[in-house]
Write a protein that binds this ligand. Structure first.
Ligand code: ZN
Ligand code: ZN
Length: 578
């Protein structure tokens, strides 16, 4: 998985691009651009060793860069020089694959500049300084030998004290919320340098002397982390910055992170009207279902209250903790068969999805997620990780199972697997691009998964009033994520208002709402990606339908849309309308 693999995959990329090229594009320029991309990625990994490692490129695992002025200058230079170089690749002479790559690289460089010159989160977010995760990944890694990974671990520790000194120096007026997070996460990660390291050393062939040297270095790293936590606890910070980003920075961050054809404000307005629309549809269904589920009860006059009571009743239909995983396993082939029968899109049968119990190191996250192989490990399995409820209290698993009841569980499988994330991924791998593998657009990826939920139901999947009502509840979550994020970050929404939005208007449980509030104070913009991508894809589909009339073919639309890989929806749209 070292450098040879990178060269190999780039050679493959070169071949694949040339094959796909249209007559209108210039073969020479595309070949030149492919070489440039490989050089770009080489340099990107040099200035971002942790990012490289997370993508499966481990040449720089032993390097810990200091978050100081020199590093900032290096990043700015990198961004500026590549923004310049990209100018020598005019879009109209590039293949579609390369065109979208240029746009995504440009966006990354602009994000670097924005982060350093405008957002400056390094001065107010102390939780962005944390080495524990990257050290843990070296120990947990499935590459190299224990000895070689420990060697990287040992070398990387050299810079830990200087790293936290530089971090402390950068902080000006950190927010209270990010300061608390930084203390908790840094102290929480200390076990990496204690028991986890000892366990790895026990498996190595190192001499006792080598082991003791490493443990002595680890003691210094622990001290540096504890000192940083202490510094944060005692820091003189009379006017901490607000965790709210404010309209201007938020709008720019939205533009760079989401890369949507809509502005942050436009998406916010769309989410508000979508919420009203969903409430209306939900009331109609719940009112209809009332007799069936609550025949003896008095109908409440409050519409939202009526919806909530029907949802609560339907949620009682759920599986057991023991059958949770097998239930998911059983549904995957059913979904594949349905997609085929309805001719919604082609699903490659040679790339099966492996359902597994989530590995220990992921435990606690619960729910379900997809683990896809990185760009340097393409042939590895794709896993559908299913959280187990072992060790949970009866109340906790009951509440969880009501959330993932018989209806929502099917929508979750559509979202995560077929034809959601997993299917999108298989298509993305057919338009191989190292740039899209590492810079894949989150709003397109999440938007596609959310789009498929509605598309499947519209095609008649398990059609019933209950299914639609539960789907609308699920969809309301992404809508309210957007309203919440924008309101908290730019409209001074209070915690009380936020909890009321989530529990009363989106029918969430208190625990879920509390967690969401916390997330909305610590992150910015990301919560909008689901609704934004979904809205754009759906609107684009309707636009094409109108334009093509009888000629419109849903299967063709899906396959064409996915063939561009994980590029921003606005760029895919432009290419498809061309
Ligand atoms: Zn129950
Ligand atoms: Zn998702």
């Amino acid at each position: 998985m070292k450098k040879t693999v990178l060269t190999l995959s780039l050679a493959f990329l070169l071949f694949a691009c040339n094959k796909k090229e249209s007559v209108a594009t210039s073969t020479d320029l595309n070949a030149k651009f492919d070489q440039y991309k490989s050089h770009f990625v080489d340099e990107l990994w040099k200035i971002s060793p942790e990012w490289a490692s997370s993508q499966g490129f481990h040449n720089y695992d032993s390097i810990l860069l200091l978050p100081d002025a020199t590093n900032e200058k290096m990043q700015l230079q990198f961004a500026q020089s590549h923004l310049d170089s990209l100018k020598s690749y005019p879009l109209n002479q590039l293949s579609d694959n390369n065109k979208t790559d240029v746009q995504m690289m440009e966006n990354l460089m602009n994000s670097f500049v924005f982060s350093i010159n405008e957002l400056k989160s390094g001065t107010w977010n102390p939780s962005q300084y944390n080495v524990c995760g990257s050290f843990a990944e070296i120990l947990n890694g499935n590459y190299g030998t224990v000895d070689s990974r420990l060697r990287d671990f040992d070398l990387k520790m050299n810079n830990v004290p200087a790293y936290y000194q530089a971090a402390a120096k950068n902080l000006k007026n950190p927010t209270v919320e990010h300061t608390q997070l930084a203390i908790a996460q840094n102290l929480g990660g200390l076990s990496v340098f204690k028991d986890d390291l000892k366990a790895a050393l026990a498996k190595s062939s190192w001499s006792d002397e080598q082991k003791n040297n490493t443990l002595a270095k680890a003691a210094m790293a622990i001290k540096a982390i504890e000192n940083y936590a202490d510094f944060l606890k005692k820091m003189d910070n009379p006017e901490p910055r607000s965790f709210r980003l404010g309209k201007e920075l938020y709008a720019k961050k939205f533009e760079l992170d989401i890369q949507s054809g809509f502005s942050a404000e436009e998406i916010y307005q769309k989410a508000l009207s979508e919420k009203q629309l969903l409430h209306g549809k939900m009331f109609t269904l719940a009112d209809k279902l009332w007799e069936k589920y609550l025949p003896k009860a008095q109908k409440p006059t409050d519409k939202l209250d009526l919806i909530r009571q029907v949802i609560d009743k339907i949620s009682l239909q759920h599986t057991t903790p023991e059958k949770f995983q097998s239930e998911i396993e059983k549904q995957i082939p059913e979904l594949v068969a349905y997609v085929k029968e309805k001719d919604l899109l082609y699903i490659d049968p040679s790339k099966p999805l492996v359902v597994r119990k989530e590995p220990d190191y992921m435990a606690g996250v619960a729910g379900a997620s997809i683990s896809a192989p990185g760009p340097y490990d393409k042939n590895a399995n794709t896993y559908y990780n299913v959280g187990s409820m072992s060790g949970w209290s009866k109340e906790d698993s009951e509440s969880y199972l009501r959330e993932y009841n018989d209806y929502i569980l099917q929508i979750l499988n559509i979202h995560e697997a077929i034809p959601g994330h997993y299917t999108q991924l298989v298509y993305a791998n057919q338009s191989p691009s190292i740039i899209k593998s590492i810079l894949g657009n989150g709003a397109m990826i999440e938007g596609w998964a959310v789009y498929t939920e509605r598309m499947m139901l519209e095609s008649g999947y398990k059609n019933s009033d209950e299914m639609w009502l539960m789907y609308y509840k699920w969809n309301l979550r992404t809508v309210c994520n957007t309203i919440l994020d924008n309101s908290v970050q730019t409209r001074n929404m209070t915690k009380e208002q936020a909890l009321s939005l989530l529990t009363k208007e989106a029918f969430q449980q208190n625990a879920e709402a509390e967690g969401k509030w916390k997330r909305a104070t610590l992150s910015q913009v990301q919560l909008c990606s689901y609704f934004t991508g979904y809205t754009e894809i759906y609107a684009f589909r309707e636009e094409l339908k109108k334009k093509e009339g009888d000629q419109f073919n849903l299967k063709k639309f899906h396959e064409k849309f996915l063939s561009y890989g994980s590029a921003p929806v606005k760029n895919i749209r432009a290419l498809m309308l061309k």
